[in-house]
Design a protein around this ligand. Structure first.
Ligand code: DX5
Ligand code: ZN
Length: 215
């Protein structure tokens, strides 16, 4: 069964407590928390104080997706805020190996995110060091965009790399995931589905989470 990670970016921020309660009561596995800095991506979302509060509202895994430059300056702050998984963008990290070691030395799982144009081959010499690849299936910065179909081909390539090398790395698909394309995404080799608008705009978000989980 896939891991389902609702993206809180699409939640009602005025009612975050009840949104958290909904996720806690649902079959969702992880909270996907999108942090944007207005530099690496052309938008700003939420940051450390909000994640601290969410941490107190749940026992589920907090999967923090950093869309920021210089993540090394805040790695420890995100650990203290309660992140379980910390994902950085390959395009934002000239010293990616050092970033990954820093994240793991603080006791978090380490993820690397790839923008839609970034080849999976760029992961060749880091894949054995990481726990998760976040494959962006939209250009990062905004929720509610359309899934880029080429992501399926990248997912197949990445799954083959992981299998051929006998590794245990999650493939998380982030952006434009719906009940209509989820089965195809999983068949391509992904095992984690991020879903923002598909969950939070659904008439019954818990039922939508259950539907994705059953794929
Ligand atoms: C985009 C974020 C995504 C976003 C997904 O930059 O990384 O996690 O919240 O939202 P949907 O599922 O609505 O495309
Ligand atoms: Zn994300």
């Amino acid at each position: 069964m896939p891991i389902i990670a609702p993206s809180l970016l699409a939640a009602d921020f005025l009612n975050l407590e009840s949104e958290c309660r909904m996720i806690n009561e649902s079959e969702a596995d992880w909270y996907h928390l999108d942090v944007m800095d207005g530099q690496f991506v052309p938008n700003i979302s939420f940051g450390i104080p909000v994640i601290e509060k969410i941490r107190k509202a749940t026992n589920k895994v907090c999967d923090v997706h950093l869309m920021i430059l210089k993540p090394e300056q805040l790695t420890e702050a995100f650990k203290n805020a309660g992140a379980d998984i910390l994902t950085v963008h390959i395009e934002a990290c000239p010293h990616l190996h050092r970033n990954i070691q820093q994240i793991k030395s603080l006791g978090m799982k380490a993820g690397v995110a790839l923008n839609p144009h970034t080849p999976v081959g760029d992961l060749t010499d880091i894949l054995h060091d990481i726990d998760l690849v976040c494959m962006m299936s939209v250009n990062p910065g905004f929720g509610g965009q359309k899934f880029i179909p080429h992501t399926l081909e990248k997912t197949r390539q990445l799954r083959k790399m992981i299998t051929d090398r006998g590794l245990n790395v999650h493939i998380e698909i982030d952006g434009g995931v719906t009940a209509d394309n989820a089965a195809e995404i999983l068949a391509a080799g992904a095992d984690v589905l991020v879903a923002g608008n598909t969950v939070f705009s659904a008439p019954d978000p818990k039922a939508m989470i259950a539907r994705l989980k059953a794929m």
